[in-house]
Design a protein around this ligand. Structure first.
Ligand SMILES: *Cc1c(COP(=O)(O)O)cnc(C)c1O
Length: 260
């Protein structure tokens, strides 16, 4: 049986090979562990493996889909994170309901799934309130902003969340202008099809949106360089299209139990 540590190493090798094949610097691409359904102990195992392997890409990145799971694993993970070797960043990679914003802000430093101006406004206000309560660090009289990415539905699949590509620019500029949000980039889920051209197109679309917005010169857009795209099944295509962060679940943790 393959161990989690071996699978993590293999995943890094895949990202590395994909970067080389695409004539890119492998250091431009970080690996985020999509930890949905994994118990805290298993996530800790992955953090230890990351540290044992020399922390490739720097601090470990974890992503939760469900705030409920983030809450459940939060205490154990933040305690572990006090150890320098097990430090990590937590990202929200699933749909964020507005009634879960406060819980998300407790654990996550980045929300990758911002897809409406309404949610952005609520998140911005929640960061300010968190600082007023003394639950968020303040610097120069301003709360430290929460990092966000705009999720774009580049495949057009109805089942997928995300803003429509034609509306991504307006949303991104609105987000970038909010004082307590820091737009770091864009996120998408690749087209769910065997048609490799369609998968590639769904990633290329995000790269184009990023190039357009990060190069716009508009307030708060210059740091919006991140392209979070590519999962266990399509990371090579995503890296070829410019991904800077791939989100891997099954490639590292093995097949998930089917939902009960
Ligand atoms: C589950 C999930 C992943 C990882 O998917 P795998 O196919 O298991 O690698 C990546 N991104 C999101 C948003 C997910 O929900």
């Amino acid at each position: 049986m393959t161990s989690l540590a071996e699978r993590l190493r293999t995943a890094h090798d895949r990202v590395h090979s994909a970067a080389v094949a695409a004539d890119r610097d492998p250091h431009e691409i970080r690996l985020l562990l999509a930890v949905k359904t994994q118990p805290a102990e298993r996530i800790l195992q992955a953090l230890r493996a990351h540290a044992d392997q020399g922390s490739p890409g720097g601090v470990a990145l974890l992503g939760h889909n469900k705030i409920q799971e983030m809450d459940a694993t939060g205490p154990a993970l933040s305690e572990a994170g006090e150890h320098p070797g097990l430090a990590h960043e937590m990202h929200v990679i699933g749909h964020l309901q507005s009634n879960k914003i406060n819980a998300a802000l407790r654990w996550a430093s980045c929300i990758q799934t911002l897809d409406t101006t309404r949610l952005a406004g609520k998140l911005d206000a929640a960061v300010a309130r968190q600082a007023e309560r003394g639950d968020r660090e303040v610097r120069d009289d301003e709360p430290i902003p929460v990092e966000v990415m705009v999720q774009v539905n580049t495949s057009g699949e109805e089942s997928k969340a995300g803003v429509a590509p034609e509306s991504a620019r307006d949303l991104a500029l609105a987000v970038a202008a909010l004082p307590h949000l820091r737009l770091t980039g864009f996120m998408t889920i690749g087209a769910n099809t065997d048609d490799s051209g369609a998968v590639r197109a769904s990633f290329d679309a995000l790269t184009q949106i990023r190039d357009d917005i990060a190069g716009s010169g508009e307030l708060g857009t210059e740091a919006a360089r991140e392209l979070s795209m590519g999962m266990s099944g399509d990371l090579e295509t995503a890296v070829a299209a410019g991904a800077t962060m791939v989100r891997l679940g099954t490639a590292v943790f093995g097949a998930r139990e089917p939902a009960a």
